[in-house]
Design a protein. Structure first.
Length: 484
């Protein structure tokens, strides 16, 4: 429990933690130096000097007490004052010495020790004054009150705070030098993190390894990894595009041949199979184009949703936009064509297993950007199958073959709809979430496209880009059946 409470106040970034590693020993050294040098050394020196001066005071007091009369005592006191560089004054018997009270200066750290040591070692001390760098001792002699005034540096080292100032300035100076070196060491890590983050968002920034030997090794490993991933993506895209393109030629010949067999009863069914194969090829091409480069730009997310709903409505699909959607524009940075393709795939998937769908636009949260929900009235997807549903070429209900909708019509699914949407969100730095719907009248599968918040770029960079693994998060709310 104390560890968790302490972690809340510790920096989370590498630069902050490295700075803390630098500052904690430096502050500890300053504290140890202050205690060991000021409190121990200066206090010891003060006690030693005060003890030595106590012998001088005892000699002066003894000499004055041995004088036969007051005049002789005053003369001897003046002579001793000149000999010991003191101001010794013999006062009238009625003079009252001041009350012993330490009034040290603001920066005189040894005055307290001086007062304590004087009271302990000087016999006959009646009072003590500390003012303007001078110490006045009041003693009781046989001829009346006796005052001794001396410079305070005769009994205590002066200005011990100067050592603290020197140590503090040296600590600040060396701390600043350490911060400069630390910043130079952290900068290559930040550049590597920025390059990795940009690559996770579909961008390939120029990066040159720099810094320490270990950081250069990590940078070279990142460049090699990025090159292998780019080659893999390029090979996969070329493979899918080439196969899909080569299949169109025989399919076109089959369609022409079947169109000449209008009277044959099997011709209509075969034409339907050819149309289904062409739809599958279109999906494969969409999946291959998911990795295509498209620059990020500011687009109106609300208008993009309205256009998707209007386009689906023109096609006779039962898709509506939630009345809670904001009427005004909502500009966000995204890839409009790629995001629109992901949204269309979710709408097609919703209508494949349901009869109607509803789109909703959710506002941004402190940790995420705005999100788009597509909820249908279908049977939904079981919790244990949601991760697999976002993998490419995975059809959960194998008994349906290529996939049949709620009406029993063959829809030509190939298991790429959710995979394309997941890939598109991954390239945006966002995620695809699958949960149970809760809207009355729908309550089927709710697919949520969550865009990243502008303040969480580090978390976005950590997300994988390869489409061979499932993306997004999966809700643990139970649902009855498994479709999709």
């Amino acid at each position: 429990m104390p560890d968790r409470l302490l972690k809340r106040f510790l920096p989370r970034g590498f630069y902050g933690r490295a700075a803390l590693i630098l500052l904690v020993p430096l502050v500890c050294i300053l504290l140890i130096a202050s205690y060991a040098v000021v409190q121990r050394h200066y206090e010891g020196v003060t006690r030693q000097m005060t003890g030595i001066f106590a012998r001088t005071v005892a000699h002066v007091l003894e000499t004055v007490n041995q004088a036969p009369d007051t005049e002789t005592a005053a003369a001897q006191a003046a002579a001793l004052g000149q000999a010991f560089n003191l101001r010794i004054t013999l006062h009238a018997p009625g003079d009252t010495p001041p009350r012993t009270e330490a009034q040290p200066g603001l920066l005189s750290l040894s005055d307290r020790v001086l007062v304590e040591q004087a009271e302990r070692t000087i016999a006959g001390l009646q009072g003590l004054e500390l003012a303007n760098g001078e110490v006045t001792l009041w003693l009781e002699s046989r001829h009346g009150p006796l005052s001794l005034t001396l410079r305070s540096n005769m009994v205590a080292p002066r200005n011990p705070h100067q050592l603290l100032v020197v140590v503090l300035l040296a600590g600040v100076l060396f701390g600043a030098i350490g911060f400069v070196f630390l910043k130079n060491q952290v900068r290559p890590i930040l550049r590597l993190a920025a390059a990795a983050e940009a690559f996770g968002l579909g961008q390939s920034l120029p990066y040159r390894p720099s810094g320490a030997r270990e950081l250069r090794a990590a940078g070279h490993a990142f460049l090699e990894m990025r090159e292998r991933i780019e080659q893999h993506i390029e090979q996969r895209t070329l493979l899918l595009s080439g196969v899909s393109h080569d299949l169109r030629t025989p399919l076109t010949r089959l369609r022409l041949a079947l169109s000449m067999l209008e009277g044959e009863p099997e011709a209509a069914a075969m034409l339907q199979d050819v149309a289904q194969m062409e739809a599958l090829i279109d999906r494969l091409l969409d999946f291959a184009r998911a990795e295509a480069e498209e620059p990020m730009q500011t687009a109106d997310l609300a208008a993009l949703l309205r256009h998707s709903v209007e386009r689906a409505a023109r096609g006779g699909q039962a898709v509506t936009l939630s009345p809670d959607a904001p009427p005004g524009p909502l500009p966000v940075p995204l890839r409009p064509h790629l995001f629109g393709r992901a949204l269309d795939n979710l709408i097609d998937n919703a209508l494949r297993y349901g009869r109607r769908a509803e789109l909703r636009l959710l506002p941004a949260t402190p940790t995420d950007g705005p999100a788009v929900e597509v909820e249908d009235d279908g049977p939904g997807i079981a919790v244990d199958d949601r991760a697999a549903a976002m993998r490419p070429f995975v059809r959960l209900d194998k008994a349906r073959g290529a996939g049949r909708g709620a009406s029993g019509q063959d829809m030509g699914g190939v298991g790429l709809g959710l995979a394309i949407a997941a890939d598109a969100m991954r390239s945006h730095g966002g995620r695809l979430e699958l949960t149970d719907g809760a809207t009355p009248g729908l309550s089927g599968l709710c697919a949520r496209l969550v865009l990243p918040a502008s303040s969480s770029r580090t978390d976005q960079a950590a997300r994988s880009k390869t489409s061979l693994e499932p993306a997004g998060t999966v809700s643990t709310t139970p649902t009855p059946t498994a479709t999709g």
